[in-house]
Ligand binder design. Sequence first.
Ligand code: IMP
Ligand code: MG
Length: 191
Amino acid sequence: MPAIVDDPKPGRDLEILVDAERIARRVRDLGAEISDDYRGKPLRLVGILMGAWVFLADLIRQLDLDNVSVDFLGLASYGGAAQSSGEVRITKDLDLSLEGMDVLVVEDILDTGETFHYLRGVLEAHKPKSLRLVTLLDKAARRTRPIRADYVGFTIPNSFVVGYGLDYAQNYRQLPDVRILSPAPNLGERP
Ligand code: IMP
Ligand code: MG
C-alpha cells in the first residue's frame, strides 16, 4: 500500500492511523454490542451524509437483528469557519418518520461535538422513543460541547484524518483505511 496516494494537493502525506483489518474487527464488535442492546426492538439507523455511509454499510451487515431500517440525513457545514460552529445546513432531510422509534445515529467522526449538539435538537423534535449515537472515530480532546457517543469505534488524537468515508475537499473517501493527512489542512479551506 503506497504511503502517498493521488493527492489533489501534491506533497501531502497519508500515514495509516487505523488499517482496514482493525476497522473490520472493531465494526464486528460494535455490531455485536449494538445487536445485544437492541435485541427484540425495531431499530432505525440514521446515517449522517456524507461521511458516514461507508461505516454504516459495514456496520449494518454486522447487526444480528430482525428489524432494522435505515434513513439518511444530509448535513453540510457552512464553509469558511476555521472551527466547527455547529451551523450546519440540511442538504437532505429524513424520508421516514422517527416518531416512537429507537434511533441510532451513525456518524463518521465526533470532533468538537457542535454538529451533533445541533443534530440532537433536530432529531429530538421528531419525538423518537430513544436516541443514541455511534461514531467510528472520536477526537475526544477537541470537545467544546458535553457530547458523549454511546458507541465509539476508536478514540483518536487531534489529527485531520481521511479515508473510509471521510474526506478532505471531497477526496479520499475511497481509501479503505483511516489515514492522517499531513500537513493538516487549514480548516479555513474546508469546503
Ligand atoms: P464537529 O461539529 O466538530 O463535531 O465536527 C464533526 C464533523 O466535522 C464531522 O462529521 C466531519 O464531517 C468533520 N470533521 C471533523 N474532523 C474531521 C477530520 O479529521 N477529517 C474529516 N472530517 C472531519
Ligand atoms: Mg460528517
